[in-house]
Design a protein around this ligand. Structure first.
Ligand SMILES: [Zn+2]
Ligand SMILES: [Zn+2]
Length: 296
């Protein structure tokens, strides 16, 4: 039985491998990390000692899945060449760092068109990815997961059709997948809180990107209501997604083995809130055998 993979975004303070310890302490079996500061263009040189520790810790601590999240500054949809080129270089660096750590998935915000229009922006993203893929044949083992966005401002990727269109225009499709953020999905207009709404969302995923392209979920509740197009994460069950939305996803066997990662606000003293949020999810799972051992 594959079962559920549950975890959270964890801090890399003191070394990326420290995130594995935090994940293990929360009894989770999956983790998300930044490979460097998420608000800077460049990062420090790769730390060989930390890489070795990461490789040793991964099997030792019961965490079987890790995904990295690319820096927020990257905008592959930008119509401005200098920012577009800088974004391409920065995203290549993200892929190289993930590859070095043996991380198979990198979550990427598709980008914002900042005035050029939806179609031009979507094409710009695909063009960038084609260039990146051509220049990084060694990183073919790292898959980009385009994140479903809330649709704030000129942000692209707030429908599954957007994500499917980008992938359709990427030549090496085996290097592409998607990440569904529950907060973003609700804000973007997908109402998966009801049985009918969840079924409709699943049908739309099937018809656009296909379920097999979903590499991971971001599990966040939302401070803003359905179709608000606003992105603010809340603790599980304390926002407009509510427990019903998560219940549908957690008990759908089609998501077995597809990691679900919290990106909920952290408490000042560390991971206390993660444990509480994980427990809130655990309480919704009907078949406890599907839970990671530490969370049963
Ligand atoms: Zn994200
Ligand atoms: Zn968000």
């Amino acid at each position: 039985m594959v079962g559920l993979k549950l975890g959270a975004h964890m801090s890399i303070a003191g070394g990326i491998s420290n995130a594995l310890d935090a994940a293990a302490a929360a009894h989770s079996n999956a983790v998300q990390v930044f490979m460097k500061s998420n608000r800077q263009w460049s990062g420090p040189r790769l730390d060989a000692e930390d890489m070795a520790r990461w490789n040793a810790q991964m099997p030792a601590c019961g965490v079987s899945y890790a995904v990295s999240h690319a820096a927020y500054l990257i905008n592959l949809a930008s119509p401005k060449d200098p920012l577009w080129e800088k974004s391409i270089a920065a995203y290549m660096d993200e892929l190289r760092r993930a590859h070095a750590y043996g991380i198979r998935h990198v979550v990427l915000h598709p980008g914002a068109h900042t005035g050029s229009g939806v179609q031009a922006g979507l094409q710009r993203i695909a063009d960038a990815l084609n260039r990146i893929h051509a220049q990084l044949p060694d990183c073919v083992d790292v898959i980009t997961l385009l994140e479903l966005m809330a649709g704030q401002g000129s942000t692209l990727g707030y429908t599954f059709a957007h994500l499917a269109q980008i992938i359709a225009n990427v030549e090496e499709k085996e290097r592409m997948g998607i990440c569904i953020d529950t907060c973003h999905a609700l804000a973007a207009g997908y109402d998966f809180r009801t049985d009918e709404g969840y079924a409709a969302m699943m049908a739309e995923i099937e018809e656009t990107v296909g379920l097999a392209r979903v590499g991971c979920w971001h599990f966040n509740d939302s401070e803003y209501d359905h179709a608000s197009r606003r992105d603010r994460h809340a603790h599980i069950g304390e926002g407009f997604v509510g427990v019903e939305g998560f219940r549908h996803i957690l008990n759908d066997l089609r998501w077995d083995g597809v990691p679900m990662l919290l990106e909920t606000p952290k408490s000042k003293d560390g991971d206390g809130k993660d444990v509480k949020n994980l427990q809130a999810l655990v309480a919704l799972v009907l078949d406890v055998r599907r839970l990671p051992e530490g969370l049963r």
